[in-house]
Design a protein around this ligand. Structure first.
Ligand code: PEP
Ligand code: MG
Length: 307
């Protein structure tokens, strides 16, 4: 397919009533950040650090990259979009994203295993090094750093990361909510969260109980399943009440039809692959909020779409 044309500067989507929808980019390499800037992203809504360091060739053997190696890498990424918001996710090791230095061998069910925040808390020095590298890179670069914690299932995990993040000088720590447990108890994460980032890829996997890596099950990867939408709505409502900003960074946001549903559920910030920005911006521009809300209510209320 033809690559979308560059646009002039950061550009939100503007609904018919003037409501702005923030459009951010999901990135996993330096070239993605460049692309995001060229395509008018207003910032980075998910920097997958586990993939960035791999794409930069910074993994040697089984060792974790040092704090200094990471700092230089993050500063280079931040320099691609000077002064922009960067929502950077802590290393998210998992069965779909194996990291030798955070890996646990011999698990029977690695998708439900020692992954995400669980792997980080099992190796606190690696967690501390990454938080310190990020805080220093922010100070040196003038980026607006937001740091997210992946695969949370209880606020106790977040609280421990928060203690270390405070010591490391990270000022904006937030929760990635991507498990049903995290979504349904979202209110319990707010006290320690400067923001909430919803990961719909894992939320779909864990809610519908389908392996996201199994191509045979793709027809069941229903990003508009009412159970998934209801959890997104719940997260949005409780966060909004507490004044905590929410964004959606899973792949749902890149599908223009789903983006409309997300806006209808109250979401005002979407992060997606850079290549999807133009289509989603076009689809949302001029959209009537009441139409989006009606579509979201229909989608929440029926299974008919999938039967
Ligand atoms: C998600 O789970 O929706 C997400 C954004 O992160 P990843 O796809 O890297 O797990
Ligand atoms: Mg995830």
């Amino acid at each position: 397919p033809r690559e979308p044309e560059p646009v002039g500067g950061p550009t939100p989507a503007v609904l018919a009533d003037g409501t702005e929808i923030e459009l951010l980019a999901n990135v996993a390499s330096m070239s993605h950040v460049t692309r995001a800037r060229e395509l008018g992203a207003q910032g980075i809504g998910l920097l997958r650090t586990e993939l960035l360091i791999q794409s930069e060739g910074l993994l040697t053997g089984d060792a974790a990259p040092s704090r200094e190696v990471q700092r230089v890498c993050y500063e280079r990424a931040f320099a691609e979009m000077p002064g922009a918001k960067f929502l950077v996710r802590l290393f998210d090791a998992g069965s779909d994203k194996p990291l030798p230095f955070l890996g646990v061998r011999g698990e029977m069910n690695p998708a439900l295993g020692v992954r995400g925040v669980r792997a980080l808390l099992a190796r606190e020095q690696i967690l501390r090094d990454q938080l310190e590298a990020l805080a220093e890179a922010e100070r040196n670069s003038g980026a607006e750093l937001w740091v997210s914690v992946p695969m949370l299932s209880t606020p106790v995990e977040l609280h421990r990361v928060r203690e270390i993040a405070d010591e490391a000088g990270v000022r904006r720590l937030g929760s990635m909510l991507e498990t049903p447990a995290g979504a349904l108890t979202a209110q319990d994460f707010l006290a320690d969260s400067a923001f909430i980032s919803i990961g719909t890829n894992d939320l779909v996997q864990h809610t519908i109980a389908i392996d996201r890596t199994n191509a045979d099950l793709h027809p069941l990867q229903l990003h508009d399943h009412p159970a998934v939408l209801a959890m997104i709505q719940h997260i949005q409502e409780v966060s909004d009440e507490a004044g905590v900003p929410v964004s959606v960074c899973g792949e749902s946001a890149r599908n223009p039809e789903l983006a409309i549903l997300l806006v209808g559920l109250g979401i005002r910030s979407l992060s997606m692959a850079p290549s999807a920005l133009a289509k989603v911006r076009e689809q949302l521009t001029g959209l009537r909020l009441e139409d989006a809300e009606a579509a979201a209510q229909r989608a929440l209320g029926t299974l008919a779409n999938f039967l």
